[in-house]
Design a protein around this ligand. Structure first.
Ligand SMILES: Nc1ncnc2c1ncn2[C@@H]1O[C@H](COP(=O)(O)OP(=O)(O)OP(=O)(O)O)[C@@H](O)[C@H]1O
Ligand SMILES: [Mg+2]
Length: 117
């Protein structure tokens, strides 16, 4: 099992939900977050980091964080679909972080591992 932490533009959430539904993921957790990448929050339009006219070193932009734990075999499919359908080609498209998950428990039944997803 792997956990994908997918950080995307807020307007791309419906696309990502659709992709995760298509691969029959068991569940997902969504949060609204603030973040920045290598441009430190400078957008292509603004060209400079200011908040209400004051210069700031790092500007945090609203993003959506999707956490989903899935079987290993669908990880690459999800990544491919996200690259194909969520990328705009502009800076700020987001990232996918991938980590190993040791175990999972469905609290209602006690099922473990992949059965618990
Ligand atoms: N190294 C990181 N660690 C944690 N979160 C990150 C990291 N890089 C990006 N993020 C998160 O992803 C969001 C989008 O990052 P972004 O797509 O701008 O990355 P980038 O490296 O600047 O790539 P690009 O040049 O395409 O913009 C950030 O707002 C932040 O929430
Ligand atoms: Mg960036």
């Amino acid at each position: 099992m792997k956990e994908l932490v997918i950080i995307i533009r807020p307007e791309k959430l419906e696309k990502v939900k659709q992709i995760l539904d298509e691969v029959n993921c068991g569940g997902m957790t969504i949060s609204t977050v603030m973040g920045c990448g290598t441009q430190k929050g400078m957008t292509e339009e603004s060209g400079v980091n200011t908040i209400r006219g004051f210069h700031v070193n790092i500007n945090l932009l609203p993003k959506i964080r999707v956490e989903v734990v899935v079987p290993d075999k669908i990880v690459e499919d999800i990544i491919t679909e996200i690259r194909d359908r969520v990328a705009t080609g502009h800076v700020g498209d987001g990232k996918i972080f991938i980590r190993k998950i040791e175990d999972a428990v469905r609290i209602r039944t006690g099922e473990r591992g992949r059965k618990a997803l």
